[in-house]
Structures are given as C-alpha cells and as structure tokens.
Design a protein. Structure first.
Length: 209
C-alpha cells in the first residue's frame, strides 16, 4: 500500500482498526441511501452546471430545502470564478508516497487558483490541517507550479459561509512533514489497534471483538 487518500488518512488517525477493516480487509458496510443523498445531489448538480450541461430536469427534482442550498452555492463568490475543472482526480508524490483525491472544483481568476469543496454538512474543526486540505493543496501546488496564489475554499452551505486557507511555504513544509509521518506510520503498523472512544457511531463496531 503506497497510495493514500484524505479519507484513508483520516480513518487511520481516528481508529487504526477501522482503517484495517475498511482499507486492508476491504470490508464494505452499506450506508442508508439518505445518508449521502443530499450532498451527492448538490455535487452532481454543480458538476453538470460547471461543465455547461442542461440541468433543468435536475432542478425540478430538488426538494425545497435542496433548492435553497443550490441557490446558496450558485451565488457564492468563489463558485462564480472562472471554471477550470470539476470532479477532478489529482495525485502527487509526497515524501516517497502517493497521495491524492477528487476535487469538487478548481476555479481561477487570472493566475489565482481556488480549490472548492462544497459542504452540506459541517466543515472540519481544524480546516488548515485537515487531511483533505493538506493533500489537495500539495497536489495542486505540484500540478500548477506557476501561480500567484493558491487557496482551498470550504463552502459551508449550511451556514452560507466560506472558510479560506491560502497555501504558502510554511504550509508546504508542514503538510509534507505531516503527510509523510502518517503514511510512514501506516506502513510500519504491526497490529491495528482500536479506539474505543469512537465505537458508538462506527459502522464497523460489529466487526470488533
């Protein structure tokens, strides 16, 4: 195992044993359809809209609440920047490992780039050092190479706010060190220990004994 996504790293940090079940044993636990439905619908709608597709039929399928969320995204200042790409896979080598993921959208104005992440739920408690932030900014930095500024934008659709993290040299060093450290830890684990503090809401709890 030498390729890591933000979700993989977050899972390992939360509970190594859950990581073992999910990514080593590849045990899949079905989630209720409604669990992801709202977020998936908004993400799909945004992707088709940015690519210039006809979304009229999709709009008719939205509930009143989903329509309100869509209007918030549509009117967001960062969502109105110049489109570069969306639902875009990118990866890069960091400290001898490959890390990557799938961006909601990449936008720009002049040579200023913005990685957008739409959140219909809550944004991370520590967004500057969330694995999604670190992985995506490092990957985009290596991909774009020459730019004026690079920012990660959590679009908080629940509260109609933006959380903006601007990439810099300090973050490049810190993110590289943090990602290299946790990737190394994963490969060196002899036994994946559980974290009993996280069992209550874990979908893998029935596999633990």
């Amino acid at each position: 195992m030498n390729n890591f996504s933000p979700n993989m790293l977050k899972t390992f940090e939360t509970c190594p044993k859950k990581f073992y079940f999910k990514y080593v044993q590849n045990i899949s636990v079905p989630q209720p359809v409604s669990f992801f439905e709202k977020g998936k619908k908004i993400h799909a709608l945004a992707n088709y809209y940015l690519k210039g597709a006809d979304i009229s039929n999709m709009l008719q399928e939205l509930t009143e609440h989903e329509s309100q969320i869509w209007e918030k995204l549509l009117n967001n200042e960062f969502f109105q920047k110049t489109y570069v790409n969306s639902e875009y896979n990118l990866s890069a080598g960091v400290g001898g490992f490959w890390v990557g993921g799938r961006l909601d959208a990449l936008m720009k104005d002049d040579e200023n780039y913005y990685i957008l992440d739409y959140k219909t739920g809550s944004i991370p408690k520590n967004p500057e050092y969330d694995f999604q932030t670190m992985v995506y900014l490092l990957c985009a930095d290596k991909l774009l190479k020459n730019y004026n500024s690079l920012k990660f934008v959590y679009i908080d659709l629940r509260n109609n706010k933006n959380c903006v993290i601007e990439f810099n040299d300090k973050f490049r060093i810190e993110y590289t060190e943090r990602l290299t450290k946790i990737c190394s830890e994963i490969l060196q684990v002899q036994k994946f220990a559980g974290n009993s503090d996280k069992c209550k809401f874990c979908e893998y709890v029935k596999f633990c004994f």
